[in-house]
Design a protein around this ligand. Structure first.
Ligand SMILES: Cc1cc2nc3c(=O)[nH]c(=O)nc-3n(C[C@H](O)[C@H](O)[C@H](O)COP(=O)(O)OP(=O)(O)OC[C@H]3O[C@@H](n4cnc5c(N)ncnc54)[C@H](O)[C@@H]3O)c2cc1C
Length: 326
């Protein structure tokens, strides 16, 4: 049986840098935010040991530590942080309806979506092993490239993002080997040309990953195979970068919000507004370009401010005599 319907002013879905920053701003604006953490409390950064590019941490910080601090800061201003997974929404009427864990129904004046986007991996056991160990597998060149300065790395992928990441790595690493599954890039001609014209990037076409090699702690190389000839060989490398795309966690919003072809929520440019009034988006769920903690936090701030202004404008048009909004 479903519980009693709860009514709240500001619901935040997600507990990454975007969600907690939105919570800090919303709480300090007296919006009494309720934040649902989802199955990954703290978001993606909890899977990394070293964050060196978030401002305010001159010595760097571990991802889990940083996210605990963000949570504490949100709770200091009385954000109601809850465990729970949003399983369904209905944004078709004036009231925004949200269901948590399939049973609890909440009616919200404003909703801030901060559900992030998950990096795709190849799924090899050896890849997952060194990813979990923090031993040399990464899905983010901008985040982790610096740790491989003057070293040799391998990157998998053939799209625009893969080309961009390979090019970024080429400025830090002595050699970048790029594995392309087909006999051509999926990327635009201009991006592919940039990679092809970079001296320290070697491109191996028709080549796939057989195994990520390591010493049990860190990556030492990659065994690859040519999918035409089935020949295998090993490439020495200390880093293995996977750049085969991201999946935005936005399936539950399909049919209500405008999404692009990959599933990123489309926001009104320069704002956090979506196509539904009172529903805002922040962080990686709408960002296929930057995908950084600091940009997620920045857009979390924008979403809370946009939500606060939306409520203030609504209050200004509220007609007390008829109890309706004009
Ligand atoms: C291994 C790794 C290392 C990284 N290193 C860095 C770095 O050094 N520096 C940097 O700036 N960036 C780094 N990034 C990128 C950074 O983590 C992301 O850009 C950032 O976390 C995005 O923040 P977000 O709040 O949008 O989403 P996320 O951090 O992805 O958080 C999404 C949240 O939404 C919740 N959620 C999803 N769906 C639901 C639902 N239906 N109901 C309730 N909750 C839901 C999840 O539980 C999670 O809490 C790294 C990423 C990875 C994967």
């Amino acid at each position: 049986m479903s519980e009693e319907i709860e009514r709240i002013k500001c619901l935040i879905i997600g507990s990454g840098p975007a969600g907690y920053t939105a919570a800090i701003y919303a709480a300090r604006a007296n919006m009494s935010p309720v934040l649902y953490q989802g199955t990954q409390p703290g978001g993606q950064l909890t899977t990394t040991n070293e964050v060196e590019n978030f401002p305010g941490y001159p010595e760097g910080v571990t991802g889990p530590e940083m996210m605990m601090e963000l949570q504490k800061q949100a709770e200091r201003f009385e954000t109601d942080v809850r465990n729970g997974w949003v399983t369904k929404v209905d944004f078709s009427g004036d009231t925004h309806k949200v269901w948590v864990n399939e049973t609890k129904e909440i009616h919200c004046d404003t909703v801030i979506i901060s559900t992030g986007a998950s990096a795709k991996y190849l799924g090899l056991d050896s890849e997952q092993k060194y990813l979990k160990l923090g031993g040399g597998v990464s899905a983010c060149a901008v985040c982790d490239g610096f740790f491989y300065k003057n070293q040799e790395v391998v990157i998998v992928g053939a799209g625009d993002s893969a080309c961009e990441e390979a090019h970024y790595l080429s400025k830090l690493c002595t050699k970048v080997t790029m594995l392309v599954r087909r006999d051509e890039f999926r990327a635009s001609k201009i991006m592919a040309a940039r990679v092809k014209n970079t001296e320290n990037i070697e491109i191996l076409y028709n080549t796939e990953t057989d195994e990520v090699l390591g010493d049990g702690q860190v990556v030492t190389g990659v065994r690859v195979f040519n999918n035409k000839t089935n020949e295998r060989h090993e490439i020495p490398a200390t880093g293995f970068f996977v750049a085969i795309g991201h999946k935005p966690n936005t399936d539950i919003f399909k049919g209500f919000l405008d999404l692009d072809e990959t599933g990123y929520i489309i926001n009104v440019p320069g704002t956090s507004k979506t196509n539904i009034e009172g529903v805002f988006v922040s962080g990686d769920a709408a960002d296929h370009v930057y995908r950084q903690a600091v940009t997620a936090a920045g857009t979390g701030c924008m979403a809370a401010l946009d939500a606060e202004r939306y409520l203030a404008a609504k209050d200004a048009t509220f007609d007390v005599s008829t109890s309706t909004y004009n």
